[in-house]
Design a protein around this ligand. Structure first.
Ligand SMILES: Cc1cc2nc3c(=O)[nH]c(=O)nc-3n(C[C@H](O)[C@H](O)[C@H](O)COP(=O)(O)OP(=O)(O)OC[C@H]3O[C@@H](n4cnc5c(N)ncnc54)[C@H](O)[C@@H]3O)c2cc1C
Length: 510
């Protein structure tokens, strides 16, 4: 590894130790660069942390991890973890989800994991869905082939157009456009769209390519979760950074970029300055533009892009430690999606109110039986709202409003699942967008980056990724990147963006 040349001088500085920040640091260390990570909190992981209340240890964010794969058929995340000697145990989830919808077309179905399991479960619920489902699965195969072709590096445009037409089409049509053109029956369509909250955009706007890429990532084998919460992964990545000679400074909030002759030359944090040839920001571009650099140095194109984009949804999560086991509650499922409507577009619009917004409920104890002390269970209720939505959680009314929405979400969960939660609450923690904003530093507290859909789909982001964010010496990695939110996207974004800046600046060659 190259030694630091002088105090506080590194080849590369990473702002933020979220998933993308941690893998960015490891990628640069692998190339022999000296690396400093600056993190404003006291811990690594960003969203990927856990916290303790009483005798319970809660997972702060992770419901399901995509792209893990199995030992025989490892996914990109397994490969990434293997490279860094990370040996966490994962639980493979046999059920993808239980989906409950509460309108006149309502249903309550359990959908199994794996490509075949998912297919069979939908057919059991909607026997005439076979032909349209087969078309979706053909499309998944085309997308997988195209992704394999693109991952080989240089692409021939003509070959791409001829051989990967379906991929191109899937990138420009919405999930619902495609399912409708396949004449998928309404109920099957609704079940198939259940995962849309994981990307945060309405299925009539979200492009089919990114939806199927995520779907395949979850279903290639099965979704997974680490036995010891996501924080174990964050600590293992931190450990790998330190073992490779990287430096991490916690409790250090980057508050300005340093420039030399128009190029980023370091980062300031209070009285401290750190110098580097390149900076990877796990913090949002908006954080950097808002006071961390002279406005006149922000390229107009970047400002326009920033103004044109919308942020992904914000989150409201109620974490519950119950003094009843999942068996006593009468619940066998790990992930349950509850929607007031069976219409996927209506579901997105239902985010307008706590009374209707889609709920994702996780019973961690059904996936990891010893996740909490015997006779108890861990339950998380997550609700999404649009980033700009008014939620009544102003400073003057914050605590009351927080309890009010938690009560609504708990009661809705009780009604839909026919269980009693309120009488068994031993510990409760309620996180609002303000909690996430303060902890993560993201706009509106979103953990989801920019809203995907319309003109701002993954394909266009990737095509233009060399053109945006043209501040020399700076790149961005995280949920605000090309592939959006999620653990796998952000881990891989850290790798990809760092490889790119190293290549562009020709670092790591000496
Ligand atoms: C409740 C919830 C449930 C979720 N469920 C899932 C799921 O089931 N599956 C899934 O794949 N994804 C899920 N997600 C989304 C996923 O957690 C996020 O998309 C992902 O973790 C974001 O990672 P990131 O690298 O963008 O960084 P973040 O997690 O946003 O971390 C950024 C880091 O940068 C630091 N930072 C910011 N500004 C500065 C600064 N100026 N100086 C120093 N440090 C700074 C922050 O402190 C933070 O540590 C969930 C998220 C939440 C909140």
């Amino acid at each position: 590894m190259r030694e630091r040349t002088e105090d506080n001088s590194y080849d590369l500085i990473v702002i933020g130790a979220g998933n993308a920040g941690l893998t960015a640091a490891l990628t640069a260390l692998d190339r022999g660069l000296s690396v400093l990570v600056l993190e404003k909190n006291l811990y690594p992981g960003g969203c990927a942390v856990s916290f303790k209340r009483g005798r319970f240890e809660f997972e702060a964010s992770l419901h399901e991890l995509a792209f893990v794969g199995t030992e025989d058929n490892p996914g990109p995340l397994n490969e990434l973890f293997d490279r860094y000697g990370i040996k966490e145990s994962f639980v493979s989830l046999p059920e993808a989800f239980r989906a409950i919808t509460l309108d006149e077309n309502g249903y309550d179905v359990v959908i199994r994991s794996g490509l075949q399991g998912f297919y069979d479960s939908i057919l059991e619920a909607v026997p005439d869905a076979g032909p349209s489902l087969s078309k979706v699965y053909d499309l998944i195969r085309s997308i997988t082939d195209a992704v394999a072709y693109f991952s080989k590096g240089k692409q021939n445009k003509l070959w791409t157009l001829l051989r990967h037409r379906d991929f191109i089409k899937a990138s420009t049509y919405s999930v619902l456009d495609v399912l409708n053109s396949f004449e998928m029956p309404e109920k099957a369509r609704s079940i198939f769209c259940t995962y849309w909250p994981y990307l945060g955009s309405s299925p009539d706007s979200l492009d089919m390519m990114i939806y199927l890429a995520m779907f395949e990532g979850y279903m290639r084998s099965a979704p997974a979760i680490p036995k010891r919460r996501s924080y174990a992964l964050s600590c293992a990545l931190e450990d790998a950074i330190l073992k490779k000679g990287g430096h991490i400074r916690y409790h250090t909030e980057a508050d300005r970029l340093l420039f030399d002759d128009g190029k980023v030359s370091g980062v300031g944090a209070g009285d401290l300055t750190f110098h580097a040839s390149a900076v990877v920001s796990n913090a949002f571009p908006e954080r950097i533009y808002a006071g961390m650099m002279p406005k006149e140095q922000i390229p107009l194109k970047d400002l326009k892009l920033s103004a044109a984009r919308r942020f992904g949804p914000k989150f409201y999560t109620v974490y519950l430690g119950l003094n009843r086991s999942v068996e006593d509650l009468g619940i066998r499922d790990y992930t349950v999606f509850i929607n007031q409507s069976s219409d996927p577009v209506r579901q997105y619009l239902d985010m307008a109110s706590f009374e209707t917004t889609p709920l994702i409920i996780n019973f961690l104890s059904n996936a990891v039986p010893d996740a909490s002390p015997e006779g108890t269970s861990l339950v998380y209720i997550t609700a999404l709202r649009e980033a700009e939505a008014e939620d009544g959680l102003g400073a003057e009314n914050y605590f009351n409003a927080k309890s009010d929405f938690a009560k609504i979400l708990i009661e809705r969960a009780e009604r839909a699942l026919h269980i009693d939660i309120r009488d068994h609450i031993e510990e409760i923690e309620i996180c609002t967008p303000a909690t996430f904003a303060r902890y993560l530093g993201t706009p509106f507290g979103t953990p989801y980056g920019y809203l995907m859909g319309g003109w701002d789909v993954s394909m266009f982001r990737t095509m233009h990724s060399g053109e945006d964010h043209q501040i020399p010496g700076l790149t961005f990695a995280g949920a605000h990147g090309n592939n959006g939110d999620g653990y796998s996207s952000t881990y891989l974004s850290g790798v990809k963006q760092t490889e790119r800046i190293i290549r562009d600046l020709e670092l790591g060659k000496e």
